[in-house]
Structures are given as structure tokens and as C-alpha cells.
Write a protein that binds this ligand. Sequence first.
Ligand SMILES: [Zn+2]
Length: 331
Amino acid sequence: MNRLIKMNLVLVIASLVTLSSCSQASETPVENSVQSPTSTATTHGDDVVQLCEKLTAKVKEFKWKIEPCKDITWVASGKSVEGSPLIYAEFGNPQAKNTTLILSMVHPDEITPLFTGIQLAHWMKEHHSELNETRVVIAPLVNPDGLFRKKLTRMNARGVDINRNFMTKDWETQALKAWKTKYKSDPRRFPGSAPNSEPETAFQEFLIEKFQPRKILTIHAPLNHLDYDGPSALSLAKFPREYVRECLKLRSRLKAVSTGFFPGSLGNRAGQELGIPTITLELPSADPRKAPAYWKKFQSGIRSMIEFRIDAASLKEQNDHKSASLSPPVK
Ligand SMILES: [Zn+2]
């Protein structure tokens, strides 16, 4: 049940709803084993070329006039459960501290975020010279296995909801309990048998660890709002006051709302625990025909987020990040 408040120039906001209402899927959870990303990156190796072919065919199915791989150097780090490379690309100034990590297709049946992720990579490439004070890392297809199934799924190939599988402090006590009671064991929200058990989760942890982003944007659909997780007035004891103030300026600039977070979610892990302001852009629908219009609608808002500087990110803040350092994937 959304509570639309108002629409500004670029971003539709507001909702108290935090659960995705994507189309139904059929997987049931199964036992996991771990495949974590390696630090050895490959640039357009055979596996990426193969992925590009599959992705190009998929994009045609959606009737999008977009080339997923032309002129973009995707780097692979680790593989999905079914062996697809997990890809990202880096844009802007590699020395810039103002780094934004952008993730899309955590839930592949939401479809439209794929267009946004790929289009954004092209846009970054074309506007390289305008953005020399920033660095942007884009991973447009976090969960490839869900996209390449006959019927697109929210979960990964082992039936795990990647946005409930992060190793948050409340995972052990809350994640499976909440899944069984609150979500009545809905297979679409299965958090996995253990935290960080999935390669697609470990891939996102790897990107956060490697690039130490100042901000994270994760793109979903179809809830039609902008959600903020991160330092707030409630976390003043945990993070420096000035830093919290800067993070809240970002929330205010984007007119984002805070709708809460879940055990094992990215917002909980990165936003609440690591203190990296994490914005979830929920596009208005999963209809692939509307994806190009969504790009037009939201691109200036995304640019605004990319350019936003969190100047109060002090040494203390860096130390806070380190003290909440990332745990290795569960074996
Ligand atoms: Zn989603």
C-alpha cells in the first residue's frame, strides 16, 4: 500500500511499503554452498563474451534499443551459482574520493532496472569529461541466473533472495525467524541457510570492500519510491555528527524516505551497519516497454546523487568503516 506524497522534477517519492510485489516465481529454497568472488579480475574473457551474447539476446526480447556490451569494458569478479560471470565497470576519475556504487538486477524479475543499469554505463562513458571529480562503479546484473531462466525469478539459482542474505548483525537471530513467521515461508523471500552464503551477495560485499563507496544506489522495481538507509539522527552515537548531517542532506536532496530495513538486506548491511548512505530507487513498474521512459525520468536524479559530495567524510568516518569491517564469506 503506497502513500504517494508528491512528485518533484526527477524523483517520485513516498511509500511505507517495503516489500516487493513482483510476479510469482516457483523456486523453493535448497541447501547452499559457497562460491566467493576472487580478486583476480578478467576483462572480457570468454565467459564475459558469452554473457554479453546472452544479454544482447535478452535485451532484444525486451525490444530495447541498447547494446549491453558495446564500448563498455565489463570486468568479471567471481561467478554466479550457475557459472555466469559477475560483472562491473568503473567510470570517472579512479582517484576521486567521491565514489558511488550502483547496483541493479538484484531481483531479475523486476526487469526495468536492467535497462537503467546498462544505459547508465553508456551515459557515464559519454559524459566522462563532465564527471572528473567522481568515480562510479556500476554492476548492472548482480543476479544473472534469475534473468536467464525460462521464467524470470526474483531469487538466485538456489532460491535465495539476495537482498536478505547479507551478514547483518541480526541475521542469525532474526532472518529465518522473520521469514517463517512474518513472511509465512514465502520462497520469494528466503534469506538462505546462512548469511553471505551466495556468490551474488559476496560479490556485492566485494565491491563495497574494494571501492569503499561514499554512497550506494541500488535499483529495483516496482514500488515507485526512493528509500534511504544510512546514518540518521538515531545513529549519532555510532557516526560523527557532521557526517550524519551530510548523509541527511543527501536524503533531503533526493527527497527520499526511510521505510525501514530487513535482516540481511543491503540497506541494513551497508546503510545501517557500515554507515554508507544507501538509496534504493524503486522504478514504477517492471514493464520493459516503459524502461526507456524511466531512464529519461530518473537520469537527472541519479546524476544528482553521483555528484553529491559528502565532504564531512572524515578520517574518523573512514576508521568507523574499518572497525565495522566486512566479514569473509561463510564457508
Ligand atoms: Zn527488488
